[in-house]
Design a protein around this ligand. Structure first.
Ligand SMILES: NC(=O)c1ccc[n+]([C@@H]2O[C@H](COP(=O)([O-])OP(=O)(O)OC[C@H]3O[C@@H](n4cnc5c(N)ncnc54)[C@H](O)[C@@H]3O)[C@@H](O)[C@H]2O)c1
Ligand SMILES: N[C@H](C(=O)O)[C@H](O)COP(=O)(O)O
Length: 355
């Protein structure tokens, strides 16, 4: 298959630069997923490219089951020791021990508390300014849910840990050819129309506009906004959310100076020529936003959390249990996530605030 032509290259600022003194914190993720083997691959890549160091927050046991592991795991007790440790191996700062030995591809609910503890610790470090930002390895939402975890995913959990309402955080998927932002995220499709409120849409649009400026360095962001229904409602023939919710919000925010196009039919918004006309597409539900960006660039896309004081990125893929333990998963998206987090942290506005 031919790779899509980049209509408007949206590569983030180059990696490195600024703030190399503080490492990034990479959470362990689900220890039965591809996170541990990808962390080791990312260590090799960072060493080869001269990228700034990172440390893993989690349990060293997560690496026991990675086949053919040649990289030493270096236990550290302070993020300040990560840079020196990175020269000889992968630094790991313990959050909590695993309750069960990890088996690649077979997630164990018993290890959910350690997976969550890694996120908790990394956020504490980021909020205190001890690390430059946070990169999260994938978690399996249903595994955490089975342990009693009440949150839908990292995005809303990070808001909670930052003392903000769950919906303060906004998800962006940033690929090399496209950035998209879903207004509603992890909820059944049948619940989307009710969740699509003027307040939610307003928050997502304002946050996206502001953080394209502050975190991505785009002075005058152009946003394209989809409709919810086929053909953006076709003048009410195929649905009313465009007329009742989306268009009035866009009109109001245009009055605040936001550059907004829409509501636009989603099916014609993602080809190369259309993408040249905007910096991010704001879409109404999860798959409307995530399918185009992952289809165009599954291995280069990064999940970014907007709306919080900390920098957080993540690969765009999940735990890939079907490949865990085979070393066949590509580390590209994790490497891109580390580089984008570094670039975002280097921007003055992204400086973490003390908790
Ligand atoms: N950031 C996150 O924590 C995050 C993101 C997405 C999904 N998830 C979770 O992951 C679990 C599995 O989700 P899924 O199966 O829908 O998506 P997935 O991304 O884990 O896997 C989808 C397909 O892509 C392949 N794939 C994934 N990553 C790859 C890589 N790096 N290299 C090569 N191939 C790769 C897998 O082998 C699989 O065939 C779910 O529980 C979901 O909640 C977590
Ligand atoms: N919908 C996201 C994706 O597919 O990339 C994902 O599930 C991650 O969600 P959190 O970042 O909230 O864990």
């Amino acid at each position: 298959m031919t790779e899509a032509v980049p209509a408007a290259p949206v590569d983030p600022a180059p990696s490195g630069g600024g703030d190399r003194d503080r490492p990034l914190a990479l959470t362990m993720g689900d220890p039965a997923g591809v996170g541990p083997e990808l962390a080791l691959a990312a260590w090799h890549a960072a060493r080869a490219a001269g990228d700034a160091p990172f440390l893993v927050v989690g349990a060293a046991q997560a690496f026991d089951a990675v086949p053919g592991r040649a990289v030493p795991i270096v236990a550290i007790d302070d993020p300040a020791k990560a840079a020196q440790a990175f020269a000889t191996g992968l630094p790991v700062l313990k959050a909590a021990d695993l309750a069960a030995q990890p088996v690649p591809g077979r997630p164990d609910v018993a290890n959910a508390p350690a997976t969550i503890a890694a996120i908790d610790r990394a956020v504490t470090l980021a909020r205190a300014g001890a690390v430059a930002g946070l990169v999260t390895n994938p978690i399996a939402k249903h595994v955490l849910r089975a342990s009693g975890f009440a949150h839908a995913g990292h995005t809303d959990y990070l808001a909670h840990l930052c003392g903000r309402p769950a919906d303060a955080a906004v998800m962006m998927l940033a690929g090399r050819h496209l950035r998209t932002v879903p207004v509603t995220v992890h909820l059944p499709l049948a619940h989307v129309p009710a969740a699509l409120t003027p307040e939610r849409l307003t928050h997502v649009l304002r946050t996206t506009h502001r953080e394209l400026q502050t975190r991505f360095g785009i002075a005058a962001p152009r946003l394209a906004v989809t409709g919810l229904n086929p053909h953006a409602g076709e003048d009410g023939m195929l649905g009313y959310e465009e007329q009742r919710v989306i268009a009035p919000v866009l009109d109001r925010l245009r009055g605040e100076g936001l550059d907004l196009a829409g509501p636009l039919p989603a099916d014609t918004l993602f080809h190369a020529e259309a993408r040249a006309g905007y910096d991010a597409a704001v879409a109404m539900y999860h798959d409307q936003a995530l399918i185009p960006v992952k289809a165009l660039d599954f291995f280069g896309t990064v999940n970014v959390t907007l709306g919080l004081e900390i920098v957080r990125t993540s690969p765009d893929h999940g735990t890939a249990f079907d490949r865990a333990g085979t070393n066949s998963a590509r580390p590209d998206s994790l490497i891109a996530a580390l580089r984008l987090a570094r670039a975002m942290a280097a921007r003055a506005d992204a400086t973490p605030v003390a908790s």
